[in-house]
Design a protein around this ligand. Structure first.
Ligand code: NAD
Length: 284
């Protein structure tokens, strides 16, 4: 099996920056791509802050400083640098048209044997695979947020994904201490087919004034023993990403049970995107 040392990370938002940090801390060279220098600078700043916070809390990082770890992260707005990548994880905005443009380009740029993992919340992996000439080397890798703290990853086998590709993906994950749970391709997979409905219904409860967000979450935390309620989870994920994912489920299944809550749409239009914007169902 080929070496997986140089990792392309496309998208430097919530997920891409967490992934880049985790990979760099495990000794990988990371090629981190986004559309603007400002976004990439912000990603590097937040990775530095996170590593420093971890060092203060006693994480050793093999004696390396934040700057030494960050020296393994190369940032660029040009997908062409991915020519060097042994493995690519795509974490761009949850929008099929955006992802389409990226896959069409990286299929031309990257070596034929390079595997692409789509970190998507709900989009069909088979549909993403169809954008390229390598559907056998494409799979879904649904990382959990925050990436450096979550060991388990939902791994999705698309219609054409080969066993060799799945083996490569599992090897890649093991290189930074992660385990995969392999599921078959279906929009939303296992996790988000359940989670997005729960979050959407919790938003309807706020919309219908049944209870305020804090009480809704309190019932999940204190009665069911969940670590976080559905609305705090939505704020952590990003309400824009939640809305995109519910829209994908709605379009994919043509089933009205996935119709997005109007309050969620209004909050996204108002810029209340959750933790990343400072306000969602709660304030940060
Ligand atoms: P985000 O909005 O924080 O970041 C997306 C990034 O993609 C942005 O920085 C944007 O500039 C960048 N981007 C857009 N077009 C691009 C292009 N053409 N080339 C390169 N970069 C581009 O979103 P996120 O929360 O990081 O989510 C990224 C992906 O991961 C989505 O598909 C999402 O569904 C999935 N995901 C998110 C979570 C979560 O908790 N947020 C969890 C698992 C999976």
């Amino acid at each position: 099996m080929q070496d997986l040392n140089v990792i392309g990370v496309v998208g430097a938002g919530v997920m891409g920056r967490g992934l880049a940090q985790d990979l760099a801390q495990h000794g990988h060279k990371v090629l981190l791509i986004d559309t603007g220098k400002d976004i990439l600078d912000d990603a590097v700043r937040s990775i530095r802050q996170n590593i420093r916070a971890q060092l203060l809390m006693g994480k050793k990082n093999g004696g390396k400083s934040a700057d030494e770890i960050l020296s393994a992260v190369v940032t660029s707005t040009d997908l062409a640098v991915l020519e060097e990548a042994d493995f690519v994880v795509e974490n761009a905005t949850e929008n099929f048209d955006i992802k389409k443009g990226i896959y069409r380009q990286i299929d031309q740029i990257c070596r034929p044997q390079t595997v692409f993992a789509a970190n998507t919340s709900a989009i069909s992996i088979t549909r993403i695979g169809s954008l390229t000439k390598r559907p056998d080397r494409i799979l879904g890798m649904h990382f959990m947020n925050p990436v450096p703290m979550k060991k388990t990853v939902e791994v999705i086998r698309g219609h054409h994904t080969t066993t060799e590709t799945i083996d490569t993906a599992i090897k890649f994950l093991s290189q930074f201490g992660k385990e995969g749970v392999i599921v078959r391709d279906s929009p939303g997979f296992v996790s988000n087919r359940v989670l997005m409905l729960t979050v959407n219904e919790a938003a309807f409860l706020v919309h219908d004034r049944v209870a305020p967000p804090s009480d809704i979450d309190k019932i999940f935390v204190e009665c069911f023993g969940h670590k976080m309620g559905p609305l705090a989870t939505a704020d952590l994920i990003g309400l824009d990403t939640i809305l995109y994912s519910i829209d994908v489920l709605y379009e994919s299944f043509n089933d009205s049970k996935y119709r997005p809550c109007p309050l969620l749409k209004q909050m996204v239009d108002a810029g209340l995107h959750g933790q990343k914007s400072g306000r969602g169902f709660f304030e940060y």
